[in-house]
Design a protein around this ligand. Structure first.
Ligand code: MTE
Ligand code: MO
Length: 197
């Protein structure tokens, strides 16, 4: 009888080691937006980086693409416990955007069209760790997923990947963004389960 019982309760599928603690794999792609999706025409779209000297670096749609679009395969992890594994993305590395940016500030506030904000340390955006993404899984980003362009910071929980990205503002210290002010963790590493604080 005990072996029979074990057949039902003891059999567990092997856990995918790409899944951080407390996460479950999904095959669909849930939409999580705090408000309505802003509609931004790529002809009017621009991306800016603002530094302490009030210098504003600006790229329009064509200029940012001209920096070089890369293919990225990565997993994403939402704080609400779903993960989507092995997604294919296309975007421009933040390394390219920061090439001629002179700053001594260590923190970034990402700002979106529509008003969303989220904070990230600069050293976690550079060295191939983040992108301005335009495509996912072979399609231009749908408006509900942040199209025409979103920040992609796959090593942190997905709320850090600001949809409808408009620019980055350099900050001297770590200030909370939209969800961080509401109790989400300032940093948000899924491998350390930095969900709330
Ligand atoms: N501008 C903006 N970016 C955002 C959000 C948002 O509400 N507005 N939600 C965040 C959260 S909590 C998550 S989990 C992901 C969801 O992205 P998705 O809808 O493409 O899955 O976007 C993040 N980026
Ligand atoms: Mo989220």
């Amino acid at each position: 009888m005990s072996t029979f019982t074990r057949g039902f309760t003891g059999r567990r599928r092997e856990r995918d080691d790409r899944l951080p603690p407390g996460q479950t794999k999904v095959d669909d792609w849930p939409v999580l937006s705090a408000g309505p999706s802003p509609r931004i025409d790529t002809a009017k779209w621009e991306f800016t980086i603002r530094t302490e000297s009030d210098t504003v670096h600006r790229w329009n749609w064509d200029e940012i693409h001209a920096l070089g679009v890369e293919d990225i395969t990565t997993d994403i992890h939402c704080v609400t416990h779903w993960s989507k594994l092995g997604m294919d993305w296309r975007g421009v590395s933040l390394d390219r955007l920061f090439e001629n940016v002179d700053t001594s500030y260590d923190y970034v506030m990402a700002r979106s069209y529509g008003g969303y904000t989220t904070n990230v340390p600069l050293d976690e955006l550079l060295d191939g760790q983040s992108w301005i993404a335009f495509e996912a899984d072979g399609e231009p980003l749908g408006i509900e997923h942040g199209g025409p362009a979103r920040l992609l910071v796959p090593k942190l929980y997905f709320w850090k990947s600001a949809k409808w990205i408009r620019g980055l503002q350099m900050m001297p210290d770590d200030q909370p963004g939209f969800w961080e002010q509401a109790g989400y963790h300032l940093h948000g590493d899924p491998w350390k389960e930095e969900r709330y604080w």
